[in-house]
Design a protein around this ligand. Structure first.
Ligand code: FAD
Ligand code: NAP
Length: 352
């Protein structure tokens, strides 16, 4: 990995060539990127832009690499976000607003907030990756989504260097969606994210989702603190999900589809026990994992890759797999679900 590190007057330029991306993403694929710049400040990014270093180059912003699948060698110039810092910028009796560098690790941020007594993101414990990617797909788990605590973000236009401030409305958050996965895909680097969190006495706990309440009951915890909820979420997640440090994966490969009530009735006529979650707009969410499992893919192994044995929503690299093969498997699964249930699964993972 030859490259150079040089100290500009107040900035550290880290420029690497022929970078092995295996340690930079959780699928753990053997892929090389032609170039990478590590970006630890807005100042450095603006310097690269104003000196034409990013001009006419395909760019790819990378955080923790836990939501990407590389299907080929990466020609794009990778901008690895390493902007750090957690600042308390506003405090009232009920809440705080914090401003967090995009390169901060998400789970470590959750742990820090819990240690300060700040609530709102405890259900999002143990989600891998960095803070800057959290708005990308409006990360969500156990009935909580980022948008519930999101205040605003600061981003930089990668072509012009213009710094923009975006509120919740501008981000167009949806179910594992935002404007950054649609119209603005690849155009901005998110630099800082501002979150509004609650202080003790003002927390709004959510224990009704998945196995949280059952687990709290089992442990005889009542009433739970934000720390209790975080610990229970971590326990459940560790028991169900493959750890990327052991088996390469990017979490849920597909989003859970939300279908019309009529469509759901047709499926339920054949499968009485289909799990389902009615939405506020009258449509029904059906777990993609159930659809994939019902098509016979749970645990399916094709040499060194496949579908995880406990969670059909997670595609895995057992070691030495090829991203293009994993993508082909995802395509096969999409077709199987489409022909059996007339549902088009959307990939949640960002494919490059
Ligand atoms: P990366 O994978 O590095 O990037 C993802 C996308 O965001 C890419 O398109 C990239 O270009 C873009 N991006 C990254 N940083 C920036 C930035 N600063 N500015 C602009 N664009 C950027 N997700 C959930 O929502 N809920 C879960 O419960 C959950 N559980 C998971 C469990 C496991 C085991 C794994 C492996 C993944 C899970 N995920 C989950 C998916 C993933 O962790 C999240 O989407 C996470 O936010 C990705 O962060 P990252 O830094 O790794 O992003
Ligand atoms: P689970 O609890 O076994 O539930 C299966 C699916 O049913 C989930 O996908 C969830 O949808 C849905 N669900 C469960 N209870 C629900 C409720 N009360 N109301 C509405 N929908 C409900 O799921 P799991 O696989 O163990 O994951 C637990 C949580 O972590 C989920 O929220 C999941 O999204 C999140 N997670 C996400 C990723 C990722 O990569 N995106 C990876 C692992 C876990 P939702 O997914 O819409 O919540």
């Amino acid at each position: 990995m030859p490259g150079k590190i040089c100290n500009l007057p107040t900035m550290k330029l880290v420029h690497l060539r022929e970078v092995d991306l295996q340690p930079y993403h959780t699928f753990g694929l053997k892929v090389t990127a032609s170039e990478m710049h590590k970006i630890d400040s807005e100042e450095l990014l603006l310097w690269l832009i104003s000196n034409g270093i990013l001009r006419d180059r395909e760019l790819l912003v990378l955080g923790g690499g836990s939501n990407v699948l590389f299907t080929q060698e990466v020609e794009a110039l990778i901008l690895k976000n390493e902007m750090m810092g957690i600042e308390l910028i506003k405090e009232t009796e009920q809440e705080v607003v914090i401003r967090v560098g995009a390169g901060e690790n998400w789970h470590e941020l959750v742990m820090h907030c819990i240690s300060q007594g700040w609530g709102g993101i405890e259900n999002l414990s143990l989600i891998p990756g960095c803070v800057g990617a959290a708005p990308m797909q409006n990360i969500g788990a156990y009935g909580v989504e980022l948008q519930q605590v999101f205040e605003s973000l600061e981003a930089i236009d990668l072509r012009t260097g213009m710094q923009v401030f975006m509120n919740k409305e501008n981000c167009q958050f949806g179910y594992r969606e935002s404007v950054f996965k649609k119209g603005l895909k690849g155009k901005f680097m998110i630099a800082r994210v501002l979150l509004r969190l609650t202080k003790p006495g003002h927390h709004q706990l959510n224990t009704s989702y998945g196995a949280i309440q059952t687990q709290l009951d089992l442990l005889k915890i009542s009433p739970p603190t934000i720390k209790d909820i975080s610990e229970v979420v971590c326990q459940i997640r560790r028991s169900k999900l493959p750890d990327p440090a052991e088996i390469g994966n990017a979490g849920s490969f597909f989003k859970n589809p939300v279908i019309s009530a009529e469509h759901f009735e047709k499926i339920a006529a054949d499968f009485e026990t289909v799990p389902h979650y009615p939405q506020e707009d009258g449509r029904i969410k059906v777990p993609a994992g159930w659809l994939i499992q019902t098509c016979g893919y749970k645990g399916k192994t094709l040499g060194n890759y496949g579908v995880h044995k406990n969670q059909a929503l997670v595609l895995v690299n057992y070691g030495g797999a090829n991203g293009a093969d994993i993508y082909a498997l995802s395509e096969e699964i999409k077709q199987a679900v489409s022909s059996r249930f007339a549902i088009d699964l959307d990939r949640e993972v960002n494919v490059y």
